[in-house]
Structure formats: structure tokens, C-alpha cells
Design a protein around this ligand. Structure first.
Ligand code: PEP
Length: 253
């Protein structure tokens, strides 16, 4: 059985007070109403990881995640946060290679390789993001392109290390646009990525790999997306900022 995961990526949203209110609501509703075995990951901005971590402590299925880490272990990198620092404050997951970071911070597959290595070295679970642009989808070859993102940033790992990765397929044209991939489009890509991993690491490893879908997941479409055999949960942006919507998504697993 693969782990089912719903991760909320808050991006650069919420003040501390707003965030505390949302996390407290979420923890309470998840405790009182949700019987799902799904792992819930909350990825707020860096300054909130410690105070929110205290609130989620003791919630059996809720863990803290960071939205990024730096690709160097430590040193003179002003403004950056290392994987080791995240682990030292109790963070369990780290989103790596989100398309917004690839686009706005110019992150390369090589840098993402280093981030993945450092995250694993410090016991963090990388949620590795991949996905194609609309132009790439329309031109065809998008399955091969997304496969190459995995090959370039992950396929240096050994089987044990690869087994600790979570993949998030996030078509860029669906992120924050309100346009979600259809369940057929999501299933096509997820099955292809699992097949790609199976070719390199074997079917048993591929079968244990959690592959999340991200891109305008909401309370209204989560159930259909999560019903796809190769979709093991979601990476949720906008809808993770509203407690009711996010809880409905968790319940859809
Ligand atoms: C994301 O940024 O990871 C994401 C999926 O955003 P949204 O759900 O808002 O499309």
C-alpha cells in the first residue's frame, strides 16, 4: 500500500495571526471530523514552522513541511535556509523544485539534485515537483519531458533513497489557474511516471512510490482526481488557505 498524502503549500500568504488561526482550526477539525489515514503536510512560510509545529505536535497524521531548502549545506548564503536547519526544528517534509521556484528563482535540475541529496541526508522527505508548461503539452512530448525531470534530478539515487521520495506532478498550466487536469490527463502522466521509475528501479519500488497531483485541486474535484489508480494524493496551493476546503480535500482520500 502506498502512503496517501495531502500537502498544503501556503506559498507567501498569511500573517502570523492569520496563520495561527488557520492551523488551529485545521488541527481541531481534522481531529474531530476526519477518520482518514492520509498523511497531512502543512507547508507554511519559514518563520511559521516552529510555532505551527507546536500546534500540530501530537496530531497523529499532521506534519510540518517547508516550501524549499538551499542547495548548499551551510555557509555564507545570505537569506537561505538549509535542510539541516529545517530538520533541527522538527520539519519532516520539504517541497523541492516547485515550478514557481524553477521559474522565479531559476532553479536548475542540477541544483535540485543537491537539494534532494541534502534533504535525504538530514532525514527530510522531499516532495519533488515536476510538470510541463502548456506549450510543451500542446507540442507533444510532454510525458518524456516530465520523465526527464525525474531522470536528471532523482535517478542518481539508489533504490533505498528513491524509496524515500514523494513525487508531485504539477502541470504548470493548472497551477493557480483554476484549470485542473482532467482525471484522465492526471492518470496518464502518473502511470507514465510510475512506469519510468519502474524501468530504472523495478516495479516493486515504483509501486511503493507516492505520486501526488497538484494544480487547482479543490473540494469539488479532489475526489475524482484521487480516485485515479496512480494518484496518491495532492499538493494543494490556493485551497489549502481555507480550512473547510482543505479538510474536504483531505476527506476525499
Ligand atoms: C501549487 O502551487 O503547488 C498548487 C498546486 O497551487 P494551486 O492548488 O493553487 O493550483
Amino acid at each position: 500500500m502506498r502512503a496517501k498524502i495531502v500537502a498544503g503549500n501556503w506559498k507567501m500568504n498569511k500573517t502570523l495571526d492569520e496563520g495561527l488561526k488557520l492551523v488551529t482550526e485545521l488541527v481541531n477539525i481534522l481531529r474531530d471530523e476526519v477518520r482518514s489515514e492520509a498523511q497531512v503536510v502543512l507547508a507554511p512560510p519559514f518563520p511559521y514552522l516552529i510555532p505551527f509545529g507546536r500546534i500540530v505536535e501530537g496530531s497523529p497524521h499532521v506534519a510540518m513541511g517547508a516550501q524549499n531548502c538551499y542547495h548548499r549545506p551551510s555557509g555564507a548564503y545570505t537569506g537561505e535556509v538549509s535542510a539541516e536547519m529545517l530538520a533541527s526544528v522538527g520539519v519532516k517534509y520539504v517541497i523541492i523544485g516547485h515550478s514557481e521556484r524553477r521559474q522565479y528563482a531559476g532553479e536548475t535540475n542540477e541544483q535540485l539534485t543537491e537539494k534532494v541529496n541534502l534533504a535525504l541526508q538530514h532525514g527530510l522527505t522531499p516532495i519533488f515537483c515536476c510538470g510541463e508548461t502548456l506549450e510543451q503539452r500542446q507540442a507533444g512530448g510532454y510525458v518524456a519531458f516530465v520523465g526527464s525531470q525525474l531522470t536528471e534530478s532523482l535517478f542518481h539515487l539508489d533504490t533505498t533513497q528513491l524509496g524515500k521520495i514523494v513525487i508531485a506532478y504539477e502541470p504548470i498550466w493548472a497551477i493557480g489557474t483554476g484549470v485542473t487536469a482532467s482525471s484522465a490527463q492526471a492518470q496518464e502522466m502518473h502511470a507514465a511516471l510510475r512506469g519510468h521509475v519502474a524501468e530504472r528501479y523495478g516495479q516493486a519500488t515504483a509501486d511503493r512510490l507516492s505520486i501526488l497531483y497538484g494544480g487547482s485541486v479543490g473540494a469539488a474535484n479532489a475526489r475524482e482526481l484521487f480516485a485515479c489508480p496512480d494518484v496518491d494524493g495532492g499538493l494543494v496551493g490556493g485551497a489549502s488557505l481555507k480550512s473547510r476546503d482543505f479538510v474536504e480535500i483531505v476527506k476525499s482520500i
